[in-house]
Design a protein around this ligand. Sequence first.
Ligand code: ZN
Length: 411
Amino acid sequence: MQMQPQQLEQIRSQFATLKERSPFYARKFEGIDLGDVRTQADFEKLPFSEKADLREAYPLGLSAVPQEKIVRIHSSSGTTGTPVIVPYTAKDVEDWAIQFARCYEYAGVTPADRVQITPGYGLWTAGIGFQAGCERLGAMAIPMGPGNTEKQLQFMVDMQATVFTATASYALLIAEEVEKRGLKDQIKLKKLITGSERSGKKIRHRIIDGLGVEFYDIYGLTEVYGPGIGINCQHGHGMHVWSDYVYLEIIDPETGEVLPDGEWGEIVLTTLQKEGAPLIRFRTHDLSRILPGSCECGHDEHPRLDTLTGRSDDMMKIHGVNVFPAQIEEVLREFPELSSEYQIRISHLDRRDTMRVYVEAPGTVDWVQTSNAVAARMKSKIGFTPLVKIVEVGFLPRSEKKTKRVYDERD
Ligand code: ZN
């Protein structure tokens, strides 16, 4: 991604005082004169920030402003151990709402809309972000919060909500309930906005059909404001990320090298205006790519991320090649006779790495022919031929949350 001139300007201007303002960055960039960062190439030599670094700053060590300027904190989900506390100034809170309102606008939401908000409120950034953006835009917020499906459905009907915001899994549950109860004629939903979790195409289509909505993916994470730093526009090809607030890089998760547009890798984010807790080259571990070329909406100043395809922790290195589960999925999608479930196992046999891919298909499919065809397509995609084995539908384990698909048995 080519850094835009005003982005370089924003970075240089925050670097001028960053170390004075932030003990965290004074330590992180010890021995580095940030005044020497004059070009994109200089910037790309700076070390990355990791969630673990942020965690070490617990509780308020990330703050880059005097305490009286902090008006709010949020906290990212610490599944293990210490959470990350992110302090916000009044300007940060406002900037986040501006970005979120822009997300709604890109999705075609107007002040005439009624937005039912089901993500959680509290330390989480989700609910309050959806609400602040909605109010800033001038639409009507219906702040439901999560759960209580009975009440959600009642309000969806009685309040005639036009926009539904939820995780994809909750939207699916609601879509199924709407179908089961025959409510489709009584609801007025037009749009669904979901947090950018990975959700399969099949699930998306069930939601779209079940609720009769357009589907929008919003991007963001607590460390960088929260959801709302990008969304797909009405043309639907990738999520525009707001280039006036965030500088976007895609790196090779293995080497840290910045990758050209179009190549899959890990999303790295730098905030351009954040006061409370600026983030410099933050590794998100989310995998995506920057879509090259122009969007039909004409907003090329805001680069587009492809749908997230997983986490960089899932990347596999085989025969010296980086392989992502997303590439395997892409091939499997070309074979509609296969189920969406698969499993990858990597082992070391006879001094070489082998990759086995297990996929499910019903008994009506010619297993030999199909597995050969899949293996051939994979070779053209990833550069070597894996062993493809077809198993009965239902054979592979399923999980409500995140199904483990990659097993590395090499060490
Ligand atoms: Zn667009």
